[in-house]
Design a protein around this ligand. Structure first.
Ligand code: HEC
Length: 159
């Protein structure tokens, strides 16, 4: 943000072209629909990750905030439901921006869909046990959910 502001100021005051510098900013580098989808997708994954972390942190507390856990689990469930739409055709390695999405996501669409469905099932369960208030069950379900993240990453995400 600060960098952008500075660059904008530079352009305004000196009329310099700063295309080379801007090209390093992933959001401005994404000029194709596929490239834009990558940027949006990565932001969604950051949200998913932040919700999962927040929830897991609460579980370490002696007095976990059940409302926060419920909120995080519901958010994860909603994001998982959306996940398949984050992968339009053209947003793979050919997108022209840096992405860890492997071509197999599209060449093995069935396998990828199964991995997404698995996450949907595990996060739905997570939301259910969070609502039940049984923190041991939540902990067990966090592990199952981590497994669903990992299964997909191992196969469809470049290291
Ligand atoms: C169905 C497959 C799939 C599942 C399930 C999945 N991921 Fe991912 N994840 C990916 C792919 C593919 C990428 C690479 C995206 C890219 O770079 O375009 C990724 C990228 C990420 C990133 C990096 C985003 C960035 O900043 O570039 C994070 C963090 C992440 N996933 C967290 C998670 C968490 C946490 C879970 C489970 C709660 C999860 N993922 C479940 C496929 C999956």
């Amino acid at each position: 943000m600060a960098l952008k502001t500075t660059l904008a100021a530079l352009v305004l005051t000196s009329g310099l072209t700063v295309g080379a510098a801007l090209a390093q900013d992933p959001a401005s580098a994404a000029t194709t629909p596929g490239g834009k989808a990558v940027v949006v997708r990565q932001a969604h994954y950051k949200e998913l990750n932040a919700a999962f972390r927040g929830l897991s942190e609460q579980l370490k507390s002696e007095t976990p905030d059940r409302a926060a856990i419920g909120f995080g689990a519901a958010k994860m469930k909603a994001l998982a439901a959306d996940l398949p739409s984050w992968f339009p055709k053209g947003s793979g390695p050919e997108a022209g921006v840096k992405t860890a999405a492997k071509a197999e996501i599209w060449t093995d669409a069935e396998g990828f869909a199964a991995a997404a469905t698995k996450l949907q099932a595990e996060t739905a369960k997570l939301a259910d046990v969070a609502a039940s208030g049984d923190m041991d069950a939540v902990k067990a379900q966090v592990r199952a959910t981590t497994g669903a993240c990992k299964t997909c990453h191992d196969k469809y995400r470049a290291a």
